[in-house]
Design a protein around this ligand. Structure first.
Ligand code: ADP
Length: 557
């Protein structure tokens, strides 16, 4: 017999009801945007919602129709939020472009997206000017925000003038839940940027999953004040703009002002309750708090993802009474897949060290998000014993099943799971732990060395600020680990490679000890603030001695 059909409405899962709910129910809620000078700008949800309808009319009048891509080159601002709402709800596709990309990649990403209109914050115009002659698909550039239209401003349209002239706000049309709503390219940490196309349905379900009680400790509600430090061009701002609007939480947007002093000012001044960013944002912020303790009484969660959160970072914030919530995700997964919650039933059994170990894991999957760890050598699932390492594979309605304009299936298994390129373990309680990215593992003499584990240990040394480990080709072993270390200010003279090797020795097998430890001023970062290991490998190939800090000890074992 055929299965009995359910008799429920097939209402399309689109962003429209989420946006309309937030704007309709929480019209007085605020969107706050940091400014270069003076107090932050404030607008209500009602104002932002009304402006989104006007923006949609203006884009429509510029010829933007269903399925057309509208690119944004912007930091976290009110206008960027307006585009987040208007573009998908009018049936077009919001393409958030990473403004920190190298010009060649930037030009590639915009052309790959086929963007017809670009909404560009004036502060990002220099990046646009650098590729002005390489924008074959772009018909119109609309500029907004503080600053001047120069350089390269000729022919640009003014956002505010367009909104003022759009006197018949566009109503949201009926949409198909499977049509594209958003497009974001991967951040190119390990390869060229690839386009991930989000549907309305995937963003709807991702938003619900983020809002589900239990995904973030303490939940997420209209009592929250949310500060996404993560740029809105990095994977949907980790879903926080959509979720905040849907649930009626205040949004505090830092624009491009991401230095610790200004962030602390905003966190304190706006009584932020939830914030989110990559570890390279939180490290300097913690140092700032250590140097100048500032009460942040409302702040109940610091979401940290995009790269591994070292336990020392988690402990450091604990000292200030602030809770880091570790999360894992990818551009391909919208992005949120896992967050750490310490299971209620586990709590009594955990001593402080065990609890920290849980909190430093990548956590538990969201409802609706499936994870498995595959032993690629045997083709069997790894046992969930916390030890067996394999490739992390995931599946969910908000995980991509292909890339924009690419037919290759390398990133997918025959049974339709995404191969993440991460190596991981699962423990018996279901906690995921990332060992490394496949491309970053150091393969030495047939063994694998986790660059992340070495970095975490090195960053656990009290005189180390940051550490990144990469493999250097080696004629005998294939590859050997090399560590780049940034010493804490004031520690430079006292910190030696020998001391760091002694620090590592009790924790790792002998062959894990880096062949070289090089002191540098800073670790290069990618456009989204991750360690740029491709740049480090290039430096090694070119001769890293040039990087060692003048006067600092040069390392070799
Ligand atoms: P890119 O792949 O170019 O870096 P993404 O931002 O999509 O762009 O990065 C996703 C990758 O970031 C994951 O596959 C994983 O390697 C890494 N990552 C994300 N969150 C974490 C985390 N909490 N711990 C360790 N690695 C993480």
């Amino acid at each position: 017999m055929a299965p009995m059909r359910g008799r429920m409405m097939d209402v399309p899962l689109t962003l429209v009801p989420l946006v309309e709910r937030g704007v309709g129910l929480y019209g007085r809620q605020v969107v706050v945007t940091q400014r270069a000078e003076g107090p932050p700008r404030r607008a209500t949800f009602a104002e932002v919602g009304a402006r989104a309808h006007r923006l949609a009319r203006a884009l429509h009048d510029l010829g933007v129709g269903p399925g057309d891509r509208v690119g944004t080159m912007a930091w976290n601002t009110q206008e960027h939020l307006e585009a987040y709402l208007a573009v998908p709800c009018m049936g077009a596709v919001l393409h958030t472009v990473n403004v920190r990309l190298h010009p060649d990649q930037l030009a590639h990403v915009i052309a790959d997206g086929g963007d017809r209109v670009l909404l560009c914050q004036r502060a990002c115009l220099p990046a646009l000017a650098a590729i002005a002659d390489r924008l074959p698909t772009v018909e119109r550039v609309v500029t907004f925000g503080e600053g001047e239209d120069a350089p390269g401003g000729a022919g640009h349209l003014d956002y505010e003038a367009l909104l003022a002239a759009s006197d018949r706000p566009l109503a949201w049309p009926d949409l198909d839940e499977r049509q594209a709503a958003g497009l974001c390219h991967t951040s190119a940490t390990t390869g060229d940027p690839k386009g991930v196309v989000y549907s309305h349905r995937s963003l709807y379900l991702h938003t619900l999953s983020l809002l589900a009680t239990g995904f973030l400790p303490g939940g997420f509600s209209d009592a929250d004040v949310v500060l996404p430090v993560v740029p809105m061009f990095h994977v949907n701002g980790w879903g926080l703009p959509h979720a905040s609007v849907a649930v009626g939480a205040a949004l505090v947007l830092p624009d491009r002002f991401l230095d610790p002093a200004r962030l602390v000012g905003l966190l304190a001044g706006e009584r932020v309750t939830l914030t989110a960013g990559v570890p390279s944002i939180w490290g300097p912020l913690l140092q700032r708090l250590d140097a100048e303790p500032t009460p942040l009484p409302g702040l109940r969660g610091i979401l940290c993802g995009g790269a591994a959160a070292p336990p020392t970072l988690i402990e450091g914030f604990d000292r200030h009474g602030l809770t880091v919530i570790h999360a894992w995700g990818m551009t391909e997964t919208s992005p949120l897949g896992t967050t750490v919650r310490v299971k209620h039933l586990l709590e009594p059994a955990l001593d402080p060290a065990a609890r920290l170990r849980v909190r430093a894991s990548q956590g538990l999957p969201a409802i609706g998000f499936e994870v498995r760890v595959m032993d690629l050598a045997t083709g069997e699932l790894c046992p969930s014993d916390g030890r067996h390492q394999g490739e992390l594979q995931v599946r969910a309605p908000w995980v991509c099943d292909g890339y924009l304009g690419r037919e290759d299936r390398e990133a997918f298994t025959a049974d339709g799971w995404l191969r993440t390129g991460d190596v991981a373990t699962l423990d018996p309680e279901g906690y995921l732990r990332l060992v490394d990215r496949t491309k970053d593992l150091v393969k030495s003499g047939g063994e694998w060395i986790s660059s992340v584990a070495l970095e975490t240990l090195l960053m656990g040394h009290p005189q180390v600020d940051e550490a990144a480990v990469v493999g250097q080709p080696d004629p005998r072993w294939g590859e050997r680990p090399v560590a780049f270390v940034v010493a804490r200010p004031g520690a430079e003279g006292g910190l030696t490679p020998a001391a760091l090797l002694e620090h590592l020795r009790p924790h790792v097998a002998r062959y894990w000890l880096p062949d070289r430890i090089l002191f540098v001023d800073a670790i290069p970062k990618t456009g989204v603030g991750k360690f740029d290991k491709r740049a480090l490998r290039r430096r090694l190939a070119e001769g890293a001695a040039a990087d060692t800090e003048p006067g600092a000890p040069q390392g070799s074992r």
